[in-house]
Design a protein around this ligand. Structure first.
Ligand code: GRF
Length: 201
């Protein structure tokens, strides 16, 4: 099986997936890491692990449609079974999302359906919730609304800042995202409408 991972920056989730795939000897290969930003820090990590990298610079395209179609062409050169969005900071067009329907995952740093969009940790602090976390979900046309594959919760502590809370959530992301990707690769995930079932979980 082949996985293509899309990043925009740091790429710590991508790194967790790569490292777990190696440590657990997945029957899958990270076929490429693709960024929409040339300076994404994660590209160096991927390259140092012998993973092909590519950059499709979003700001060089005049429209969302033009960028997404160039990105799709690049992704499809690697013939992925699964596309993994890992800190990929782009709103995707419906045509792009439809092309990867049922085979594109994202991680969002909140317990969906709470706190869609950006600044989720600040949103959680502002709302005064006592539990916060992260969600792995299938990507659908509606932002941050696809079928939920996995979630992890962390307690919000009295003195939490956006920074401290995001760090605690990120540690959970690095556990649940590799696990979900592995389950997908192993064919254990089935989706029916909005409901995801995972075999022997
Ligand atoms: C993560 O918090 C992820 O949930 C969000 O953006 C951040 C990306 O971090 N979508 P990294 O690039 O994986 O380190």
């Amino acid at each position: 099986k082949k996985i293509v991972i899309l990043i925009s920056g740091r790429g710590s989730n991508m790194q967790a997936i790569v490292e777990t795939s190696i440590a657990q000897q997945w029957p899958a290969q990270i076929a490429a890491v693709i960024s929409n930003k040339a300076d994404a820090a994660g590209l160096a990590f991927a390259a140092s692990h012998g993973i092909p990298t590519a950059v499709v610079v979003s700001k060089e395209f005049s429209s969302r449609e033009a960028f997404d179609s160039a990105l799709q062409q690049k992704i499809d050169e690697f013939e992925p079974d699964l596309v993994v969005l890992a800190g990929f900071m782009r709103i995707l067009t419906p045509a792009f999302v439809a092309h990867y329907a049922g085979r594109m995952l994202n991680i969002h740093p909140s317990l969906l359906p709470s706190f869609v969009g950006l600044h989720t940790h600040q949103q959680a602090l502002d709302a005064g919730v006592k539990l916060h976390g992260a969600t792995v979900h299938f990507v659908t046309a509606e932002l941050d609304h696809g079928p939920i594959v996995a979630q992890a919760a962390v307690e919000v502590l009295n003195n939490d800042t956006e920074d401290s809370l995001s760090q605690r959530v990120l540690r959970q992301e690095h556990i649940i995202y590799p696990r979900a990707v592995r389950q997908f690769i192993e064919g254990k995930i089935s989706v029916s409408g909005h409901h995801v079932t995972i075999a022997d979980a």
